[in-house]
Design a binder for this molecule. Sequence first.
Ligand SMILES: [Mg+2]
Length: 443
Amino acid sequence: MSSPSRRPGVLEAPILHVDLDAFFASVEVLDDPSLAGRPVAVGGAGERGVIASASYEARRYGVRSAMSSALARRLCPSLVLLPGRFERYGEYSRRFHGLVADLTPVYEPLGLDEVFCDLRSLARLGVDPIEAAHGLRRRLHDELRLRCGIGVARNKLFAKLASKAAKPRVESGRLVEGEGVVWVDGATEELWLATLPVRALWGVGPATAAKLERLGLRLVRDLRGVGAATLARSVGPSMAATLVAFAAGEDDREVVTDRPLKSLGHEETFARSLVGRRELATALRAQAGVVARTLRGRDLVARTLTVLVRFDDGAQVSRSQTVGYGLDDEGALLELAEALAGSVELVGAVRLLGLHASGLRARTGEGLQLRLPLEAPAEDPPEDRARARQAERAALRDAIDEVRRRFGRDALATAGELTADGLEVATQRGRHPFGPEGPRTPR
Ligand SMILES: [Mg+2]
């Protein structure tokens, strides 16, 4: 698939697509080892039942997902057809995501058994994307007994095609092992664009494929000579634009994680509950610093900030805001956090305060900082003030980060980090991450 002599760096091939093999059926076999080696499928058993997942033993008989269960049984009379246990698949899926999160927080689940990862935030660590893919595949196998195919490519389009190419396949009734990990180099991109059917493209289902076929378009390369306007008349403007881009090998969709990540949040349960806005503001300032430094340490930016407040009586309120740029500065985070916290009515003493950054993306350098006047007018919305603050502090902040990287965290601080006790640069987990009474939320 690609020459083994050369390996890409993270910036050349930053996107991983991980797709678990025969996921539901595999979980069923794990939970009942007597099924190992037998043709197993998960799906509806009724007249109109459909196959959701089939083991490779079943696929040797021609059983495939989305096929009617009746046909599957005709093809494979010994088929073990099981009803789905989605809670169980969900448990496995969460463990799968946990292993992915150990590699990078920038991942985007697609259903229960697929994720996209963006490894760009690991570039500074010198991570080898192919090695990272093999490592993840090994852990999935060793710790969860699940197998997967992983595609490594410069964009989502090719990564998804590659994970499919990496999987085992059935050829004339025989199971052929896949490579497990496939990197799409330039030559492979060309080859695929020239030979793959349009049906192989993500989002092109049977209906769209039929419409394209009526235009005489069967291969991806056939799309190249056709204008977007012509395509749009058949498949609509949005799909037409996507197809034109795909036919050129282009796909600029980002890997976006919308889940608030624990690792990029800071939560503190206080030994003595906070009373009043001033105590709240002091705690928020420390948390904004922790979250900002964690983001920058991983070369990430966040689009969404969430403030979580829990009162002594257990009542809990959260407020979120999403902004149109990437946040990674403590001043900007604080500006937003204060606005969010300000919208929470303080009905009692605050027992727990949390600040979470989500909508994470790799920090790419562009679109981050706009140079704005030092002091934005007071009537500006918090989002604009936060942006101005981030721009204003960019140079100073990067310098402080660099000094700390080289000489340790206590080497230097900003005035905002000075307290009556001297310099206090909050550590990532906080003094009481899970509350003074001990852990409550095991990871
Ligand atoms: Mg799968």
